[in-house]
Design a protein around this ligand. Structure first.
Ligand code: PRP
Length: 186
């Protein structure tokens, strides 16, 4: 028992996460293996997932990152998306996305505002295609109807942490995905 386990109910173990990544790798390979896609990791939450995901993609690809944030110091998404790490290609018109197949990789889709914002930005740069891969999705909280092309797990309407996901900056280093047993009030 580590210090975290009293705070967190485990939803998906390290093994279950790796099994999901292997399955997603197969699905993603089917579409992208000859397309040299640009894989776009959304920081911070996706850093661990995208690192493990690209290791099961055994074909040519390139990586980019952008930092987006939709949460303040509270447990609910604010709906307003802030760019925290700039991708020059998104913001300054460098044509990295032009005619490229872009695979956006997220840790969680909650309201859908972040993915919706990012897809719109990328679409301004004439990509060949844009698809979304997310490790987790919380359908109960969706505000924007955004298609998810590759999904790891549906999660309940709880505050999800671990494997890259945080509460107030904590718990990103957990090997598993869980939820806070006693979340603070929003
Ligand atoms: C999380 C997550 C997604 C977004 C999803 O990021 O990584 O980017 O929220 O929420 P939404 O569907 O309601 O927009 P967060 O704002 O917590 O930033 P972080 O990744 O840096 O932790």
């Amino acid at each position: 028992m580590n210090n975290y386990e009293k705070d967190i109910e485990v939803l998906f173990s390290e093994k279950e996460i790796q099994d999901a990544i292997n399955r997603l790798g197969g699905e993603i390979t089917g579409f992208y293996k000859d397309k040299n896609p640009l894989v776009l990791g959304v920081l911070k939450g996706s850093f661990m997932f995208v690192a493990d995901l690209i290791r099961v993609l055994n074909f040519e690809l390139e990586m980019e990152f952008i930092g987006l944030s939709s949460y303040g110091e509270c447990t609910e998404s604010s709906g307003e998306v802030t760019i925290t790490v700039k991708s020059p290609d998104v913001l300054e018109g460098i044509p990295v996305y032009q005619n490229r197949h872009v695979l956006v990789v997220e840790d969680i889709v909650d309201s859908g505002n972040t993915i919706s914002f990012l897809k719109e930005k990328i679409m301004e740069h004439s990509p060949a295609s844009v698809k979304v891969c997310t490790l987790t999705s919380k359908p109960a909280r969706r505000e924007v109807d955004i298609p998810i092309d590759y999904l790891g797990f549906k999660v309940p309407n709880k505050f999800i942490v671990g494997y890259g996901m945080d509460y107030n900056g904590k718990y990103r280093n957990l090997h598993y995905i869980g939820y806070l047993k006693n979340p603070p009030s929003p």
